[in-house]
Unconditional design. Sequence first.
Length: 263
Amino acid sequence: MIFGEKLFKLRKENGLSQEALAEKLNTTRQAISKWENGQGYPETERLLMIGNIFGVSMDYLLKDSVEPSNDIKSGYYVSKEMGEGFLLSVRKSAKYLSMGLFFVTLAFIPYFIFKQDPSTYLIPTIILATIGIGLLASTSFCEEDKYKVLKQEPLLLDEKYLQELNTRYERMKKKYAIIMIAGFGLFALGFLPIGLERKKIISAGFLTPYYPICIGLIAVGIYIYTHMSNILDAYKRLAKNEVYTNQFVFKFRKIVRKKFDDF
C-alpha cells in the first residue's frame, strides 16, 4: 500500500473530507487530491502533522507496510510558527506575572514607612496591591488557548527547528542563569536583615527603618527570578521536551488533569 492509498484510507476511517483535512494541514484540497492519487508527497512538516492527526508513524506513512506500526512516537506536532508564537506568548505572560508579584510585594512598604498612621499607609497599600493583583489576573488572559496543549502533551518538532531551539536554549541558559542568581541574591539580601532581627542576632528595632529598602530588594529579586525562569522554562519545554515530560511534576500534573477530566 503506497502513501496515497494510506492517506485516503486514514482520511476515510476518520470521517474527514479532503477540504477538512486540507484545513487541518493548512493546504488546499487540490494538494490532498494529488497526494492521494500518487502525484507527489507532502513536505516533512506536513508529513509529521498527518502522523499526529491520525496517530501513525512516519515509517508507516512512507514505507510499503500494510498495517500501522505499534512502535509509534506519539506527541503533539509543533510547527516553527506555533513554537515561536508560544515563546512570544510566554514572554508576555511572564512580564505580567513578574510585575504583578513585584507590585504585591511593594504593597508592604507603606506600612513600614507610615505604620504610626494607618490612614496614611492604607491608601498606597491598596493602590499597589490592586495594581499587582490586576497584573496577576491579566496573566491568564495572555495565555492563548491554542498553546495550552503544549504544556500538557509530549511534543514533536521538525529536526531543523529543534536544533535551532537547542542552540538558543543553551545560549540563553548561560545568560539567564547569571541573571537569575543575581535575582535570588537580591531576594536573600532583602530577607537577611529581617531574619537577623527575628532570630535576635541583632537587637530588635535596629534595622526596622531599613525594612522598606529590604522589601524593595525582595520585590526586585522576585521580578527578575520569576521573569527569567518562566521564559527559560518555555524554551526547555520545546528544546528539551523529552527531559521535560519525564519530570515528576509533568507526570503528576498529567495524572491530576486526567483524574479531573474523568470526574
